[in-house]
Design a protein around this ligand. Sequence first.
Ligand SMILES: [Zn+2]
Length: 522
Amino acid sequence: MHFFPGILKRKLSNLYNTITMRNLFIIFLSAILFFPVVSCKTGHKQKRVLTLGVSHESNTFATLPTKESEFNVLRGADVLKDQLWADVFRNSDIEVIPTLHAYAWPGGVVEHSAFKNFMNEILDSIKNAGHLDGIYMDMHGALHAEGYEDAQLSLIQEIRKIVGNDVLISGSFDLHGNPSPEFVEKIDMLTAYRTAPHRDGAETRARAVQMLADALKTGWKPHIESVEIPILVPGEKSITEVEPLRSVYAQIPDIAGKEGLVDASVFAGYCWADLKRSAMRVFVVARDKKFAAAAKYEAVGLAQQIWEKRNNMVLDVPSGSIDDMIIKSEEYTDKTVFISDSGDNTTAGAPGDNTQVLDALLRHDVKNALLAGIVDPEVLRYCIDAGVGNKITIILGGKVDNAFCKPLRIMAEVLFISPDSLLNSDRGIAVIETRGVKTVILKSRRSFVQVKDFTEAGLNSLDFKIVVVKLGYLFPELRDIAPVHLMALTSGFCNLDMRTLPFKKVRRPIYPLDPDMVWEPV
Ligand SMILES: [Zn+2]
């Protein structure tokens, strides 16, 4: 049966063709008109992350402030050069906008103007950056600046005022940082070194960036749970390679791999800061707030273990007065003995011009000893003026640290002057010798932490019977080569006995200032 006569069939067919042609035309026209918009929107799909950093470990007991000129400041493309974390951005197809990254060697509190200038430059860059999806903060965590109650908090508060709360912020830290609870409220995710002495700086930064990249890709809404542990502990008593903390740090990767969790960190904290935020801390980052209970459970578990081990956090090498350590070094025949002048630890902010150890080496009539080094630009000038091979009479050290030592009057022979000294560089060094003791004279505050620091001064540390370094624990390279290490408990701005330091602002009670206190993680 035919319900459509021939004429009707033809009309319907024409209509169908007309509609189809019109549709095709509309699609074609739309494609031309909207192509730029679609293309533009596709371009916006690449996530944009801005990076910044103000890293400093600020010793509030040290008398000399840290100046802006002491910071190594990188900007733009220089920030990304040879950085593992920059590769993470590249591999994640994220556009990076590097701004100011400033870093200075540990020292006194940062000058107000220095921090203010850094912060203003960073904030201006953020204002001019256009649309942002994320921010990466490359921090130390123990920054303290003059005139700021909590400089890191001020920085992140100002950032939030510009970008709001939807832009994800991730941060990497030294485990010797003291990020305050108010600061942590403003950051979305954070991670810290898992080794001290530090061997995992690059990996830690890459981990912070990877977390951010993952969160941007998957739409996580990260959530941080933390526990503050009322303990002040120097790095020398919280080494991650030895017990009691080795087994605590060893649990971190497993915890970070648990369902719903992305990272965990244990901050040993920075103890030479008389601030209410100085303490140990545990952080666990969850992918989403719905995993908060699991994150809290793990954080409390780690904090409980640390608290129970507090009495076992002790030095991992023999220690005592400098006189005792010099006498003890005689027990190790044919071995080079490294002795740390721990009170004047320049890697923890001390000035590096304390003379107690040199005085003791001369009193004990030690032969074949090396002191690396004493900061004294004035004496370096005398050395340069006198020249190699000539004798000088000098008043050495005790000019900045005049609280714990006195300048020492000695006669010495100039043995070495570095090319940098002649160029008036801040890295200028000389070597002098007095009665069998060689002393490195430094123009500015720095530490001998690796083999090349010695070779730069024309020295091989293993040629000496005693090598004194202004450190606490030995940094990885020296730790690996030192046949013997002893810790001299010298007095100074980095005294290892917390009870001898004039704390006024730290939150009390706190261990070991209040040794009998009772505490439970909550
Ligand atoms: Zn550190």
